[in-house]
Structure formats: structure tokens, C-alpha cells
Design a protein around this ligand. Structure first.
Ligand SMILES: NC(=O)c1ccc[n+]([C@@H]2O[C@H](COP(=O)([O-])OP(=O)(O)OC[C@H]3O[C@@H](n4cnc5c(N)ncnc54)[C@H](OP(=O)(O)O)[C@@H]3O)[C@@H](O)[C@H]2O)c1
Length: 323
């Protein structure tokens, strides 16, 4: 089958290659999915799960390391020990980062990593949800415990995760302040429902945002650093930028009387189903930045380096993806 993989993560060649490789072998506890579309996260080639670390069982990860862990498609083969899914079902899901992703004609998925997809949500839109939207959902609800009436400051509101975070927080009854870079990005944040959008190129959020209960950071660096002292006692800071070694210090959080969390999104079919339902009924709109055919996966990563990103970039694996 055709697939896109990281050329050689262990030797440090983090470019993306496209070629032919073996299709997944059906297994009793797995479901083989005919992939239609895959969401891209451009930091993916640098992740330690790609083979620079041993697998959780101590073994080395096999090559090729296929990218693209959030997908939408149709069930092709169900394992004898799986339940809840039948051949032909439309599905959307998130494959654990230690295993091969879905930027391929077929992917091997555990039933607990995916949920059903209704006919009125396209595969292109759906494939952006299991990382883009689920990360925002887990940050806002599992970690920040955001409540109706609270104010959340979202850094990077025009990005893949940020565009969902604005809408999910608004839908939950929160007041939303978002940061973004440039006029168009700020306008997008407002269009998605941000009550206040701040252009970090010309304004400091500290000067204009007012008190907030929660900061959700998708940018890192200076914006994250300045957010620590911006939160009052009882505030919650959640960041997804950087790697585990960059995670916020619990001692620093305790000294300031705030909570601080870094996490990696986990598959959660029940939460994903809640998100899919909101897309199906129009409460959440998906922002597609660009689409590329699977054969242009390398180009997608190369071009991402040098352009502003507004929402999610998607790889189209099969023609049915946009329908
Ligand atoms: N831990 C997890 O589970 C998890 C899950 C998903 C993503 N992530 C990570 O989270 C980060 C965001 O992911 P993403 O997919 O949303 O990336 P993305 O689509 O590139 O979005 C990042 C956004 O932040 C904006 N930005 C950058 N610097 C800014 C600044 N100084 N002020 C305001 N906005 C700024 C970018 O704007 P420009 O395009 O104009 O620079 C872009 O719109 C990445 O590092 C990704 O690897 C982690």
C-alpha cells in the first residue's frame, strides 16, 4: 500500500517520505480501516515515540514509522475479538502514538481508539477532530476543569488546536480571550466566537486581557512564560507546547497558588463522539487550512515551515474524503 513515513528517525533524518510498504496484517483485537483522510501535526517528526526511545515493552520500534495519527475512513476488516464495528462503517479515531499512524491506504486500529462517524460529517472535517479538537477538550475540561461563566485565555487561537479550543470553550459558556498573530488570524478568532482577540504582534496580553481563570497555551516560549504570573491564585495553566521535559514545574505552580499541567492527548471514544456530535449539529465548525494528496505529504511538511497556519492541514488518502 502507499504510505507516508518519517525517513529515518533514529539516524536523525526527520524528512517525510512517501512510498510502498506492507498493508497491516489483520489481528484478532484490531480493526483494519480503509483510510480516507488524515490530519497533520507538523511537530510529529520530532516526537520521541517515533523510535528514539524504546517502546514501552523495551523493544525497538519497527520501520517504517508511518505518520498521521488522527484519521477518518471506513472499516475494512474486523478482528474476531472486536465488537461494535462492522465492515463498511464510517469511523474517526486517534491511533496511539507508539504505533504506526494512518497516513496510508490502510491502518490498524484498536476499537477503543475510534468512534462512528455520521453521514453529514465529511472525512476531511472528521480527521481533524481526534487531535485538534480532542486535545482542546481534554485541556479545557479534564485538566483546567473550565466552568460556565469563567474566563479562559487561549494562546494560538488561530491554530489547529486553538480554533477548536475557542469554540469548545464558548459552547461550554465560558468567556474567551484569544491571542493570535496578525490581522487575519485575529479576525478568525473573533469569527469563531472569541469575545476578545489580541494580536501579539502589536499588543501585550497582560495589558488588555483582564483577569482570567484559565490559560490554555498552544504556543509556548515567551507567551507561556508570561502566563504564569498573569494567573491569580486558584488559576489553572494548561500547556501542550514542547515535550515532557518542558512540563511546568509543580513547585513553581504551588509557590504561586496555581495549578499547571502539560499533557499528551489520549484516545477517548466517548469524548470524541461528543465532539463529532457538535460538528454534526453545527455547534463546532472545522477550519481547514490546506489539503494535500497523500503523495504530497513531504511537500505538506516542507511548506508548513514557512507559512502562517490557520486551522488544520489534511492529507487526502482516498477520493471519497471530501464527501
Ligand atoms: N501535547 C499534545 O497532546 C498536543 C496535541 C496537539 C498539538 N500539540 C502541540 O501544540 C502546538 C500547537 O499545535 P497546533 O497543531 O495547533 O499548531 P498550529 O496549527 O501551528 O498552531 C499554532 C498557532 O499558534 C500561532 N502562534 C505562534 N506564535 C504565536 C504568537 N507569538 N502569538 C500568537 N499566536 C502565535 C501560530 O500562528 P502562525 O502560524 O502565524 O505562526 C498558529 O496559528 C504544537 O507545538 C503541537 O506540536 C500538542
Amino acid at each position: 500500500m502507499k504510505a507516508a513515513w518519517i525517513t529515518n528517525p533514529r539516524s536523525g533524518d526527520l524528512s517525510v517520505s512517501v512510498g510502498d510498504t506492507d498493508a497491516p496484517v489483520p489481528q484478532d483485537d484490531r480493526i483494519v480501516v480503509d483510510v480516507e483522510a488524515v490530519g497533520l501535526t507538523f511537530a510529529e517528526p520530532t516526537w520521541a515515540t517515533n523510535g528514539t526511545l524504546p517502546l514501552p515493552d523495551g523493544s525497538q520500534r519497527a520501520s517504517p514509522v508511518i505518520i498521521g495519527h488522527e484519521f477518518a475512513g471506513r472499516v475494512a476488516v474486523t478482528g474476531s475479538a472486536t465488537s461494535g464495528f462492522s465492515t463498511g462503517d464510517r469511523v474517526v479515531g486517534l491511533i496511539d502514538f507508539w504505533r504506526n499512524g494512518a497516513a496510508a491506504e490502510q491502518a490498524s486500529v484498536l476499537p477503543g481508539e475510534m468512534t462512528h462517524l455520521p453521514d453529514n460529517v465529511s472525512a476531511v472535517d472528521a480527521c481533524t477532530l481526534p487531535i485538534g479538537a480532542l486535545t482542546a477538550w481534554q485541556a479545557l475540561f479534564d485538566f483546567a476543569r473550565l466552568k460556565k461563566g469563567e474566563t479562559v485565555l487561549i494562546h494560538g487561537g488561530a491554530g489547529a488546536v486553538g480554533t477548536f479550543a475557542i469554540q469548545i470553550a464558548k459552547d461550554a459558556g465560558a468567556r474567551v480571550v484569544a491571542t493570535a498573530r496578525g490581522h487575519d488570524a485575529v479576525a478568525l478568532c473573533r469569527k469563531l466566537g472569541a469575545d476578545h482577540a489580541i494580536d501579539t504582534a502589536s499588543e501585550r496580553f497582560e495589558d488588555v486581557a483582564g483577569p482570567v481563570d484559565v490559560v490554555f497555551d498552544t504556543v509556548g516560549h515567551d507567551l507561556l512564560e508570561r502566563s504564569w504570573s498573569f494567573l491569580g491564585r486558584g488559576g489553572r495553566l494548561v500547556t501542550i507546547s514542547g515535550e515532557a521535559e518542558d512540563a511546568p514545574s509543580p513547585e513553581r505552580a504551588a509557590a504561586l497558588g496555581i495549578e499547571a499541567h502539560w499533557f499528551i492527548v489520549k484516545p477517548d471514544p466517548a469524548q470524541l463522539a461528543e465532539i463529532v456530535a457538535r460538528v454534526a449539529d453545527g455547534r463546532i465548525a472545522v477550519q481547514i487550512d490546506r489539503t494535500y494528496p497523500l503523495s504530497d505529504a513531504r511537500k505538506a511538511f516542507e511548506e508548513a515551515e514557512s507559512r502562517a497556519r490557520r486551522g488544520k492541514t489534511v492529507l487526502l488518502v482516498r477520493e471519497a474524503a471530501g464527501s
